[in-house]
Design a protein around this ligand. Structure first.
Ligand SMILES: C[S@@+](CC[C@H](N)C(=O)[O-])C[C@H]1O[C@@H](n2cnc3c(N)ncnc32)[C@H](O)[C@@H]1O
Length: 374
């Protein structure tokens, strides 16, 4: 067959494979694209939150179901535990203090939600075994993860269990923690117009996904902005994480005694919805590069939005928790003694260690600690 430069079907197999990979990198997963366009054709434009849920969490085509190792050096972004093991060691040091504050109970529940591939759990358990044997003996570690499977070495690890949903847990006495979970939950997008608040829906035009503005799909969006005291200026866009707040309330209810520790990208509401952020905070990550194009690379790139910490704090307080601390990861890790690790760090790992506290990198993550009981 003669080669036609405009028709990939006539190309040699190696060239077709290159073309297929390049297409997948820009358009994304064609099955997901078709599924979205068919749904929009049937039902009309869908709220951005619904689009984000499908793009990230569709059980067969979503990013977290298909990406081989999203949070890794070979993947799309790095989280703190994937950057340097000192992160888990320092979280363990903090947990040991909490366990002592609680009177060194014989059983201490640790629930990590959105545990990824279990790296933080491995770091915490290794540090506890080596340095905090009392805590180690008391620990009952549960990892809650929707999508990943436990690594082989963790499948039968004593004191460790993997579950798929927070709901299956009984009352937790100890700590519920999450690292970069909430910024990966679906958000609604809104825009203030001279006619009032409008929601960004996802429509399909000539086979391409596009933003469509319409009246909000739920009064909860305007109610959320009023609740956190945010006034979006006309023309400004923002995201509203109703799902993050609902998750946080559920987690708070599960906590019978102890701490709810949340580490994530975000701000308090006045900063999140300030005129300095007229376009909101939605960002996508592909191969360690950020972009603002959620409709490209469908199902093959991560999509995130900053967390509203005012909303979380208030949700926790409404569930009876008291706020103990809200700070940056930089400050938190310093207070836990990251300097001890920096002093002895070999030159080849020093940059990764510094990334944990660098205010331009992971050091800008926020830490919210709320507590129930003494
Ligand atoms: C950005 S990753 C962070 C992974 C890990 N915490 C880390 O720091 O490396 C977010 C993880 O949360 C999981 N996830 C999302 N929603 C969840 C939910 N409602 N319950 C449990 N896990 C969830 C995703 O599957 C994904 O593995």
């Amino acid at each position: 067959m003669a080669i036609d430069p405009d028709d990939p079907r006539t190309w040699p197999a190696s060239a077709r494979e290159l073309y297929r990979r390049r297409e997948r990198a820009t358009v994304g997963n064609p099955h997901l694209a078709r599924l979205l366009c068919e749904r929009i054709a049937r039902e009309g434009p869908i709220p951005f939150a619904e689009f984000m849920r499908l793009a990230l969490y569709h059980p067969t085509h979503g990013y977290y179901a298909t990406a081989p190792a999203p949070f890794s050096r070979e993947g799309d972004f790095l989280t703190s535990p994937e950057t340097h093991p000192a992160f888990g060691a320092l979280v363990c040091r903090w947990l040991a203090g909490l366990w002592e504050e609680q009177g060194c109970p014989r059983r201490f529940d640790l629930v990590e939600v959105g545990a990824g591939r279990g790296t933080l759990a491995s770091q915490i358990l290794a540090t506890a075994a080596e340095r905090f044997p009392g805590l180690h003996t008391s620990l009952r570690y549960t990892l809650v993860e929707h999508h990943s499977r436990p690594p082989a070495e963790q499948t039968h690890a004593p004191r460790l269990r993997w579950v798929h949903d927070l709901e299956v847990l009984g009352p937790v006495r100890g700590c519920i923690l999450s690292n970069e979970l909430l910024d990966a939950l679906p958000v609604h997008r809104v825009q203030m117009t001279p006619q009032g608040l409008r929601e960004v829906y996802v429509g399909c035009r000539d086979g391409e996904l596009v933003d469509v503005l319409d009246v909000p799909s739920t009064p909860a969006l305007a109610a959320h902005l009023a609740w956190v005291g945010a006034a979006l200026p006309v023309g400004a866009q923002g995201e509203i994480g109703l799902e993050a707040v609902a998750w946080y309330r559920r987690a708070a209810r599960c906590l019978a005694e102890g701490a709810l520790l949340t580490i994530d990208y975000g701000h308090r509401a006045p900063e999140l919805y300030s005129p300095q952020r007229p376009c909101g905070t939605l960002l996508c990550y592909y191969r360690h590069t950020a972009n603002e194009e959620p409709y490209r690379r469908l199902g093959t790139q991560d999509i995130t939005a900053h967390v509203d910490f005012t909303a979380l704090e208030r949700a926790g307080e409404a569930e009876g928790l008291r706020t103990r601390c809200y700070t940056t990861q930089q400050e938190w890790l310093r207070s836990l003694g990251i300097a001890d690790y920096l002093a002895g760090a070999p030159p080849e790992t020093r940059d990764d260690l510094l990334a944990l506290v660098d205010p331009e990198r992971l050091g800008r993550l926020k830490v919210l600690l709320q507590q129930r009981g003494p």
